[in-house]
Design a protein around this ligand. Structure first.
Ligand SMILES: [Zn+2]
Length: 381
């Protein structure tokens, strides 16, 4: 069986899982087959045609729940700039492995799959390991949300998200919520604006209200001791058709990054009441904030990672969001308790989504070591 992490990453890079449209099925089946051969129980779940996530479990029959490792199979589009390397063939140059998904995050998946396959013979009668390989993380964590909502996740006592962190263990990230606000009016000839109702003027008032949004007053929280402050960015405005008409529709989108303690439903209601009859609000995507206060298990992960980074890690959170938040929500419901979650993987965070994305091959080997140790510690083997 192929348990070389570089080769497995290259095999995964060959699958074009650019999202949209995603089409993760073939890549998911490739991983599923490998795991099945190694003794894992493998289940495939599709939230839409060809949009396949994999849940692979070994052990898991003891009182202590298994440990979950997760990664997404989809990748982002190549972007407008031309690549100087082939994005799908897995070209290498010294320590660098090039390709779309080399950093984000097929190398991370390869690393924990290789570690789990290596340990498989010892995991059968242990608390176990569950691998969750998701579809469509890059478009609103659709695969992970489906698994959580449809109750397709069984049990997990802790989660490792192998997103690109250059092997630094992070203990969470902000939540993300995008909303669209629309103001409506009545069109009229621009020479007689009094006969119309100007949607742009209404949107101006909405923007003014958003600019003065008070997180503490509206949501009760305006700072987190590790993550810092929540943010709001007014990102796009589209409205008006021609200069000689009164505009009757304007749409605006807002990106908000939230911290623990801010409930997204409450946040949307606060904005709705702030803008009142001026407009309507529609939620586009959301991922809840993810945070785990360092506990004994997280401290043990810090210790495992220490030799591979500059000194002992400090509690920090990462800028991007992950499937971890939805999976943690799914596992908390099924397991009852808190599910500490760490984000750690071999990719270079600054290279995610970039042209000529690459990953350090040495780091992938280090991740295998780290993941293997974490699995061993959890299972006492
Ligand atoms: Zn990612």
């Amino acid at each position: 069986m192929n348990t070389n992490p570089l080769q497995l990453t290259r095999d995964l890079l060959h699958y074009n899982t650019i999202n949209p449209p995603g089409q993760e099925r073939d890549c998911a089946r490739h991983l599923g087959k490998l795991l099945e051969t190694a003794g894992f129980g493998v289940k495939y779940h599709e939230f839409a045609e060809g949009r396949t996530s994999v849940v692979a479990t070994i052990g898991g029959k003891q009182e202590k729940p298994p440990i979950c490792f997760t990664g997404h199979i989809d990748i982002v589009p190549l972007g407008a700039a031309k690549w100087s390397r082939d994005p799908f063939s897995g070209e290498t140059d010294g320590d660098r492995l090039y390709g779309r998904g080399s950093t984000d995050m097929k190398s991370g998946i390869a690393a924990f799959v290789v570690a789990a396959i290596k340990l498989a013979p010892h995991l059968k009668n242990s608390p176990g390991v569950v691998l969750v390989l998701t579809a469509s993380e890059e478009v609103g964590c659709e695969g992970a949300k489906y698994l959580a909502q449809e109750k397709l996740l069984d049990r997990a006592g802790a989660i490792v998200v192998a997103e690109p962190t250059a092997n630094y263990p992070y203990i969470g990230h902000k939540g993300l919520i995008w909303v669209e606000i629309e103001t409506k009016g009545k069109t009229a000839h621009a020479s007689m604006p009094e006969q119309g109702d100007n949607a742009i003027l209404k949107m101006g008032k909405v923007i003014d209200a958003l600019e003065h949004f008070d997180w503490k007053h509206q949501c009760g929280v305006d700072c987190h001791h590790v993550m810092g402050k929540p943010t709001m960015n007014i990102a796009t405005v589209h409205g008006g058709l021609n200069t000689n008409s009164v505009p009757d529709s304007v749409k605006l989108t807002v990106d908000m990054r939230t911290v623990p303690g801010i409930d997204h439903v409450h946040l949307c209601r606060s904005i709705e009441s702030l803008i009142g009859p001026l407009g309507t609000l529609r939620k586009i995507v959301e991922t809840p904030p993810l945070y785990s206060e360092p506990d004994e298990w997280i401290e043990s992960v810090f210790e495992v990672a220490t030799p591979f980074i500059d000194g002992k890690p400090a509690p920090k959170t990462i800028m991007f969001s992950t499937d971890g938040a939805d999976l943690k929500r799914g596992y908390r419901e099924s397991s009852g308790g808190a599910v500490p979650t760490v984000i750690i993987g071999p990719g270079q965070p600054e290279l995610a989504h970039q042209t000529d994305e690459w990953c350090s091959i040495a780091r992938v080997d280090q991740s295998v070591e780290i993941f293997e140790k974490i699995m061993r510690d959890w299972n006492g083997i």
